[in-house]
Design a protein around this ligand. Sequence first.
Ligand code: DAH
Length: 360
Amino acid sequence: MTDLLADLDGLRSLARERLAEASSAREVDAIRQELLGRSGRLTALLKQLGSVPADQRPALGQAANGARLEIETAIADQLAKLNAGDLGARLAEEAIDMSAPGRPLRTGHLHPVLTTMRDLREIFHAYGFEVFEGPEIETEEYNFELLNIPPDHPARDLWDTLYVAEPGSVEAGQPRPATDGTILRAHTSPTQIRAMRALEPPIRVLTPGRCFRYEAVDASHGFEFFQIEGLVVDRDTSLADLKGMLEEVARALYGRDVKTRFRPGYYPFTEPSVAFDIGCLVCGGVGCPACKRSGWMTILGAGMVHPTVLRNGGFDPDDFQGYAFGMGPDRMTMLRHGIGDIRLFFSADLRFLGQFAEGR
Ligand code: DAH
């Protein structure tokens, strides 16, 4: 009996020693197998119980159970300790230094001209206009003829056109214009014809897009620029509608106090034609270099759609009228922000563009 009791004690202290040295859950498990497993040491000791006198058995059995319990508790304790240690080590290893300064994120923003174009689209949307786009590569027919500008018309000089070369036609460095009249559109007006031919009346469309001209580039001219064309075709629309709407548009874009005026103008595709001016935003109308001392700045051309153009679009001018207008968002943006040179828009200079990060 004393032998067995001593053996149980030995087992307890062996368990304590071994567990204290165990450095992983795996090792603890191996110890559990060795001491408490089916062919483990405790089982081996219990097998000897049979040879112990009957009156001593209960006390020894109790002692054995006590030992098992104690070892199991020690195993659980050691596992808990190892887990906590593992977690602590991982936390230390994966720690994030929250005090480190972040890397600045550079966010992009719209180009100021695009912001103006978006604003105009919003403003005109309130008047029921939808966007209708046309191709940048056009034909002379759409760019000129169908807009009532025949080939020999002197007004062609108003649009210095870039011709697409006939493939393989370059001789001594000189290309020949394509015989099918393919050009880069010199204005967005050709979409008037395309919209009339594609849509049912009443038509209210806005055509934003890029235009191209053979221009010497200077502070107020680019060879590539934006226009926004507007077209309305309906049974009873008038110059008064056009005037009222454009005045509201100018106020929405430049503020309630903006001064406006209409002047007679000339375009072959409108009759009558007008030019729409706003009071100079730089000098307030007194006269300054920006407005060439006139106190006014022209922001668009407009007019009632010429009967010939209506007919070319498929409408009978006795039944339908229309008005049209063409705006220059580059110039309108320059006026908005007091930008003195159109070339800045295409300069890709972040010092310039970054000033419009707020969107306007
Ligand atoms: N297409 C003209 C230009 O490029 C601008 C323009 C004037 C458009 C009058 C129009 C208009 O629709 O009615 O100079």
